[in-house]
Design a protein around this ligand. Structure first.
Ligand code: ADP
Length: 453
């Protein structure tokens, strides 16, 4: 048996044992007391009955009759006069009886009294009832009962108690062993599971434990294992993607650097190659910066400093910054926002969100199309929309575009300078603001991104 079940078991066993011992002791004491009390009062009542018969007719005949009646029972009657001289006895008078008779006090009440109740040490229990004739005392009726019978009765009772005690101890022991197993078995299973998890094995399966605390704990461990597994897989994928993303520009840089280094390379070509190297290093710098941001967001050390911001001027300034890039692509950028619309946002971070969305709309659209940046309020919520008429996103890619490094058309997106991190950063930033972002798209018709705050 393991430690915890032993501890729980021992604790239960001792508590129940103490409880049982105390209650048994009181029960035992009570039963004995009331049994002895019953015997004593029965003896006294019997003496009183004899006394009443005698008071009704005090004759030799009556006395003989009483003696005869008592000689058939396990009690004994003795009749004395006022001086203690024995007139009649239903059986042999022993010295102990004489001693008890001698100890009779004066002034015994008419309902009689118990003379000896020490059943443990004395051979007899005894009662006395005074006989009165015409108002004056006439003599005494003594009743004796051998205590042997009571002792036998009580030792029988003790045997029963002992048996009941032993049986209940055995039953209790079995119950406790069963219960502690029942409680500790799942605990052991869980501890094994967590040990395996710490070694990297997340394929834990715990038995179904119901809806109690134990069940909830088991369920949490199972969920933890699942989450850890997802996390581990995600991390591996993420690392693979990063190394892949870094390898591509590095290959370009190394390749073009090799050619540019050759003495026979023409000056004009060399300059072109150096330009490419410069461009690729820019991409890498951007990628590393975005990765760093993501890492900070993951660790929650990315601080969001919210301010009440007037959306109209805020969005307008972004719009104005973006306009030249759109003109260069022969695209139209529209802006609609009511005045006096305020939102609690971190302006720097939120600018990054809007710029990312507008930049995507620009990148993934053809010339002579229109992009709209729109803000409004609907049932207490601020809604910011970026709508384009670009190539759209296929339905099967839609659910994944917020994932890190996910790109619909890998080679094309890359040539446009995309890392696949933009939207995942946007989503994290919006969620850090307590908002949500949704996307709707139809291939070749356009895409709508909607932020709700
Ligand atoms: P990237 O840096 O490649 O743009 P993002 O995370 O910003 O990465 O976007 C992920 C992918 O989603 C992009 O590669 C692109 O295929 C698709 N995408 C994002 N915005 C749009 C849009 N407005 N129209 C069409 N496709 C888009």
């Amino acid at each position: 048996m393991n430690k915890i079940s032993f501890k729980i078991g021992l604790f239960f066993f001792l508590s129940v044992l103490i409880l049982e011992a105390i209650s048994m002791f009181f029960l035992h004491d009570n039963i004995i007391h009331s049994r002895v009390h019953d015997e004593l009062s029965a003896l006294q009542t019997r003496g009183n009955n004899h006394r009443e018969i005698l008071e009704a007719s005090y004759h030799d005949e009556t006395i003989r009759h009483i003696a005869l009646m008592e000689s058939r029972t396990d009690t004994q009657v003795i009749l004395t006069n006022l001086n203690g001289t024995i007139n009649m006895s239903s059986n042999t008078v022993t010295p102990e009886m004489k001693r008890i008779i001698k100890s009779t006090p004066k002034d015994i009440p008419h309902e009689g009294m118990i003379l000896e109740d020490d059943w443990k040490n004395e051979p007899y229990i005894a009662s006395v009832s005074p006989v009165k004739m015409k108002g004056t005392d006439y003599g005494y009726v003594y009743m004796f009962q051998n205590t042997q019978k009571i002792k036998e009765l009580i030792s029988g009772l003790n045997r029963h108690f002992l048996l009941a005690g032993i049986l209940s101890l055995i039953f209790m022991f079995i119950m406790i062993v069963f219960l502690t197993r029942f409680v500790t078995h799942p605990l052991i299973k869980m501890s094994e599971a967590t040990k395996r998890m710490s070694k990297g094995d997340f394929s834990v399966s715990l038995p179904k434990l119901g809806k109690d605390e134990m069940g909830v704990l088991g369920e949490s461990i199972a969920i933890l294992a699942r989450d850890l597994e997802v996390l581990k897989n995600e991390r591996n994928e993420f690392l693979a993607s990063i190394s892949h993303e870094l390898r591509t520009p590095l290959t370009y840089i190394k390749g073009y650097a090799d050619i540019a280094r050759r003495p026979e390379t023409k000056q004009a070509d060399r300059e072109q190659y150096l330009g490419i190297i410069h461009e690729e290093s820019d991409k890498m710098t951007k990628l590393v910066k975005e990765l760093f941001n993501l890492a900070k967001m993951d660790e929650n050390i990315f601080s969001i400093e919210k301010d009440m911001v007037d959306l109209q001027p805020f969005l307008l300034s972004i719009y104005e910054k973006m306009i030249p890039a759109f003109r260069e692509n022969d695209m139209e950028l529209n802006f609609e926002c009511p005045t006096q619309l305020q939102a609690l946002i971190d302006p720097t971070r939120f600018e990054q969100v809007i710029v990312n969305l507008l930049d995507n709309a620009r990148k993934y659209s053809e010339p002579y199309t229109k992009v709209t940046l729109e803000a409004g309020e609907k049932s207490g919520q601020i809604i910011i929309t970026v709508r384009d008429q670009g190539r759209g996103i296929p339905a099967e890619d839609l659910p994944r575009i917020f994932e890190r490094f996910y790109r619909v058309d890998k080679s094309r997106a890359r040539s446009l300078g995309g890392s696949g991190l933009g939207l995942s950063i946007v989503k994290q930033l919006v969620e850090a603001h307590g908002g949500t972002i949704t996307v709707e798209s139809e291939p070749d018709m356009g895409t709508v991104f909607q932020i709700m705050l």
